[in-house]
Design a protein around this ligand. Sequence first.
Ligand SMILES: Cc1ncc(COP(=O)(O)O)c(C=O)c1O
Ligand SMILES: Nc1c(O)cccc1C(=O)C[C@H](N)C(=O)O
Length: 406
Amino acid sequence: MSTLRARAAHLDATDPLAACRDEFLPAEGLVAYLDGNSLGRPLRATAQRIEHLVRHDWGTRLIRSWDEQWMELPLRLGDRIGQVCLGAAPGQTVVGDSTTVMLYKLLRAAVAAAGPQRPQVVLDTENFPTDRYVAEGIAAETGAQLVWLEPDPAKGVTPDLVAGALTERTGVVLLSHVAYKSAWVADLPAITALAHDAGALVLWDLCHSVGVLPSDLDAHEVDLAVGCSYKFLGGGPGAPAFGYVAARHQERLRQPIQGWMGHAEPFVMGPGYRPGAGMRAFVSGTPSVLAMAGIEDTVDLIERVGPDRVRAKASSLGRFVIESVDETLATRGVRVVSPREDTRRGAHVTIGHPRSREVTRELWAQDIIPDFREPDGIRLGLSPLSTSYTEVAEALEAIGDQLARG
Ligand SMILES: Cc1ncc(COP(=O)(O)O)c(C=O)c1O
Ligand SMILES: Nc1c(O)cccc1C(=O)C[C@H](N)C(=O)O
């Protein structure tokens, strides 16, 4: 056994979260899955829940399930995510739409609330495409002005960088908590406070932090947030997003896609839109009940394990990657792109090498699954509940073997 594998075996044997791995459905033939930051693995409990949903809630209860549970599901599940992962008191989080659509709804509402005296939206060039494109669309639609930050790759989006862009014309600051490429963690408390001092609202994209890095939205007085549920919340492909709107803003903010399910009395079906109370008004149409089913089991598991222990395992896996790359791959020209400091790094580690694209392709052929991100990054996604140190070691050895082949 190589030194790397021996270390990984020791870390797995002493991992306090090791037993969680047995709760996931086995992925036949897979050697290493390091892409849970794109699509998380399903829990066995989720397979059972979906079967029960189809056979009982849908198959037997049929339309009655709307009254019995589905009308409230987006709000109930939102509260669970809020309570376990976001530090959000009930009544501020709703599940629904894709992240893209939820982001549009909240950003559009925030731009309108900021008003014509504050037309500027501060955002960064390294954010995920959907965030940039949605903001561009809203700018075209409303006349909002986009103020682009260009983060230093060695620092990520820092409070200083944001502070330099804030003016009395800033309406909204839109940023990701964890950067999708580099895994940089933005200083959410400091940036939120800076935006507020400047009189602006802040909207955080939590896609890469929810479920692996607590965000304590209420404590930090965050205004708005969105995130997706198919990465670390285990909702499955196409599972809906969540949106968070701080209670203090809910009366004032009007989201733009007013549908019957957000109406105060959906089944009255009367003339004219009247928004429902609280987060009900942020629902648009019929929620994707089947697509939501998976989220609950992973949220339950995170609660059982404890979000801080989940975070600690993510950090430990990240340290293992970084130390191992330094020891075994740096001489082959591999560099660590993600931050080395635990507190500044999310739950993936990106490594860079000019041959990353072809190496990733070769790894997939060997049932080792990380992902490639432009221009030359291999992202190693580290899902604390399902990823073992041995999987990481397998992947790093395979990368070394590929590079040795030249
Ligand atoms: C930061 C971020 N925002 C948004 C999304 C996705 O948006 P959607 O769920 O609409 O595909 C992703 C990943 O898919 C992401 O990483
Ligand atoms: N959402 C995805 C999808 O529907 C297909 C493939 C990948 C994704 C992703 O999640 C991409 C991801 N957000 C990223 O960080 O690159």
